[in-house]
Design a protein around this ligand. Structure first.
Ligand code: CUA
Length: 503
């Protein structure tokens, strides 16, 4: 019996200890989350909008704090002083009950007072609140804001610069000391745009446009986060605001409109074959802005209407990926190693990503690519930096290699290009086999009757350079990358010559 009591006693002590420890660790987490040094702390204000929102918070905090102390103080005072007491009768065991205080029913003065005071408090809070709502909606009059569109996608951010014709993803570059006007939209579900140290949160709602602005005072990186539960990868929908002095920012703007040093490499072909259906990489070109927006909408519509079979879904623009600092909406730093891991098995790094379920190269598992092919794609992507940005690209070497290659016939050259440029990723050479686009089998025989006034060769040539000019029944426009216009005349003719032999 005694040992049982002892055990029970020990058990209770342990239970108490656990309770105490878990309570104190909870408290520690709670307190540390208030640290102004955290990169997502709202107690650090990096710009005027954050400052205004902070001031509003402090005003409410102190008003609420004072009311709390006064009300709780009065309550405690009343509890201690007016509790029911019993009065012992001297020389006896009996006690006299307390005499009840005077009962009050209705007190007009008091009632007016406790109606008017809260009303005044609410007014005192409402006036600055409404002011702040308006002042954080529209940039200050007379300022020259940079306009951007922040588009929420499951589960990444698209950033558009409509005046500049630039589209990028997950990293938002802005100049310091200049207001940034943000138009908030969403393609799929409700997300929320939040840069804790700078501004927010504001929802991005499908079919509805919201607006806010912010400004960053000092150059640096500012962490952003989707702040509205939006699905399985909500917590992994981060972004980064990179604030730079106006001059540095302008360098980036121009760089984004500059083509990369080189595009030709083994990785380029593989990218075209396996990735280009969903990821654009050439948004440095003129008029690419409108194209990207149209194509992005189509990718989404495709997936949305046929989630089982669609081979594309809206995905981040990868133009000049080599100058990005993070990967997979902020899951990893942008390093070669991480990028290789990501290409191999994206769901491992970011559960919920649609990359693996949509792209045919995965077929639900790891990438169906050889190690050196994955490396080639990673190297190609990392080589995508604007010409003159100052990095030696891995692709340059491959380009030099490619240039010394010799072909005996145009058909041979065309066959090489068919693989190297990624055509084979989407077009089969076998009769009736459809990978993504139509099979190339017997192409030339059915081509001369397609478009009036075009010979079979001219039609094939046109279809490579301007794929949207003629869309074969049963296939969609804008699926084929419109980038082969960059091939030179000789290469295009070689491709046509090669395709003529497929029958
Ligand atoms: Cu997007 Cu949460």
């Amino acid at each position: 019996m005694k040992t049982e009591v002892k055990i029970l006693h020990k058990f209770m002590i342990t239970k108490k200890l656990i309770k105490y420890l878990s309570l104190s660790s909870l408290l520690a987490i709670f307190i540390s989350s208030c640290s102004p040094h955290h990169e997502q702390s709202t107690f650090t204000n990096a710009g005027p909008v954050a400052q205004a929102q902070s001031e509003l918070f402090y005003l409410m905090f102190w008003i609420a704090g004072i009311i709390f102390v006064l009300v709780q103080g009065a309550l405690i005072f009343a509890l201690l002083n007016f509790r029911r007491k019993e009065h012992p009768i001297p020389g006896s065991d009996f006690k006299l009950p307390d005499i009840p205080p005077k009962q009050v029913h209705g007190n007009t003065k008091l009632e007016i007072l406790w109606t008017v005071i809260p009303a005044l408090i609410l007014v005192a809070i409402a006036v600055p609140t409404v002011q702040t709502i308006y002042s954080t909606y529209e940039p200050p009059e007379g300022s020259d804001p940079l306009e951007i569109v922040a588009m929420g996608h499951q589960w990444w951010w698209e950033f558009r610069y409509p005046d500049e014709g630039i589209v990028t993803a997950n990293e938002l570059r802005v100049p310091t000391d200049r207001p940034v006007k943000v138009t908030l939209q969403s393609q799929d579900v409700i997300h929320s745009f939040w840069i804790p140290q700078v501004a927010g949160k504001k929802d991005t709602v499908p079919g509805n446009t919201n607006q806010m602005w912010f400004q960053v005072d000092e150059p640096g990186n500012y962490s952003g986060q989707c702040a509205e539960f939006c699905g399985v990868a909500h917590a992994r929908m981060r972004f980064r605001v990179i604030a730079e002095e106006e001059a540095d920012f302008n360098v980036w703007l121009n760089a984004m409109k500059t083509p990369p040093k080189s595009t030709a490499s083994e990785g380029y072909g593989l990218f075209l074959a396996h990735c280009s259906m969903c990821h654009s990489i050439d948004s440095y070109m003129d008029e690419s802005y409108e194209k990207e927006i149209t194509v992005q909408d189509e990718r989404w519509a495709d997936w949305f209407h046929n989630q089982e079979e669609s081979v594309r879904v809206s995905a981040p623009n990868l133009t000049h990926l080599g100058i990005r600092t993070m990967l997979a909406a902020g899951q990893k730093d942008m390093t070669r190693e991480n990028l290789i891991d990501w290409i191999k098995n994206p769901s491992d790094i970011k559960q919920g990503t649609r990359m693996q379920s949509v792209a045919t190269v995965y077929k639900g598992g790891e990438a169906n690519l050889k190690e050196h092919e994955v490396e080639a794609i990673a190297d190609y992507l990392l080589s995508q930096t604007p010409d003159g940005w100052g990095s030696v690209s891995a692709a340059t070497e491959s380009l030099e290699e490619a240039e010394v290659m010799v072909w005996n016939t145009p058909e041979e050259h065309g066959e090489y290009l068919f693989g190297n440029q990624g055509c084979s990723g989407c077009h089969s050479l076998n009769e009736d086999e459809v990978i993504v686009g139509p099979s190339m089998y017997g192409l030339i025989d059915r081509s001369d009757s397609r478009v009036e006034g075009l010979s079979a060769e001219e039609y094939v040539y046109q279809s490579i350079v301007y794929p949207n000019e003629y869309i074969v029944d049963g296939y969609a426009a804008n699926v084929m990358p419109q980038i082969f216009i960059n091939l030179d005349e000789e290469e295009l003719n070689a491709l046509v010559s090669y395709l003529k032999t497929i029958k």
